[in-house]
Design a protein around this ligand. Structure first.
Ligand code: CA
Length: 226
């Protein structure tokens, strides 16, 4: 597995190179945006770690170029004060993000998770509808139903749509803005509605052992973890 590290601070590149090498990854590095795009298309890495603040071409521009032709997983590594850039990056198709300073252990875990997701979608196409499987949970759009083991919940429509939106992303972060736009459309006025729906979903999920959990990603959105 080859990792392209896009980062203009040599200290970070060095630390990442050593740590990822220890984990058995091959690495290559680009220190500015233009080189990053060139390296990406030349080497075809399995995953990209992308700093957003770069000289030349910004990280968001690099991401746009990559996503115009490729679905290779991209994990954004961003400074703490660039929250709106993170939201934009997720909307542009970044798979995950970590805020600096991040722990290498967590980064490695996220890399493995992103590679796992990229290697196979778990959506199962049935005869008439598509069910999603997330960990022990089955999400059934034909009946607005959530099933976990022996438990089955018939969900109100909006609640189901929140769960479905999180499930289709399989562990990726879904921004609050996107959920509000896609599920409530232009009519939404109070984003607390979203929190209430998430709370009700959590109460149902918590009734089962080994159910997936809905994590809050502060200031950004939610993620469904198996
Ligand atoms: Ca930087």
């Amino acid at each position: 597995m080859q990792v392209l590290i896009v980062e203009d601070e040599p200290g970070y590149v060095e630390a990442l190179t050593v740590a990822l090498d220890r984990e058995g990854f091959e690495t290559c590095a680009a220190y500015d945006g233009r080189t990053a795009v060139a390296e990406f298309f030349e080497k075809g890495p399995d995953i990209v770690l992308l700093d957003l603040m770069l000289p030349g071409l910004s990280g968001l521009d690099v991401l746009r170029r990559i996503r115009s032709e490729s679905t290779t997983p991209v994990i954004v590594l961003s400074a703490k004060d660039a929250e709106s850039d993170v939201v934009t990056a997720l909307e542009l198709g970044a798979d995950d993000y970590l805020t600096k300073p991040y722990s290498i252990r967590e980064l490695v875990a996220r890399i493995h998770a992103a590679l796992r997701r990229a290697s196979g979608s778990t959506a199962v196409t049935g005869d008439t509808h598509e069910e999603y499987t997330v960990g022990a949970a089955v999400i059934d759009p034909s009946r607005y139903q959530l099933r976990i083991g022996a438990l089955a919940f018939d969900l109100p429509r909006k609640e189901f749509e929140v769960l479905e939106a999180l499930a289709t992303e399989q562990g990726r972060i879904v921004s609050r803005e996107r959920l509000l736009d896609e599920i409530w459309g232009i009519t939404w006025t109070d984003s607390k509605t979203l929190d209430q729906h998430v709370r009700r979903l959590r109460r149902k999920l918590e009734q089962a052992d080994d159910a997936p959990t809905i994590e809050t990603v502060r200031g950004v959105g939610y993620r469904l973890s198996p």
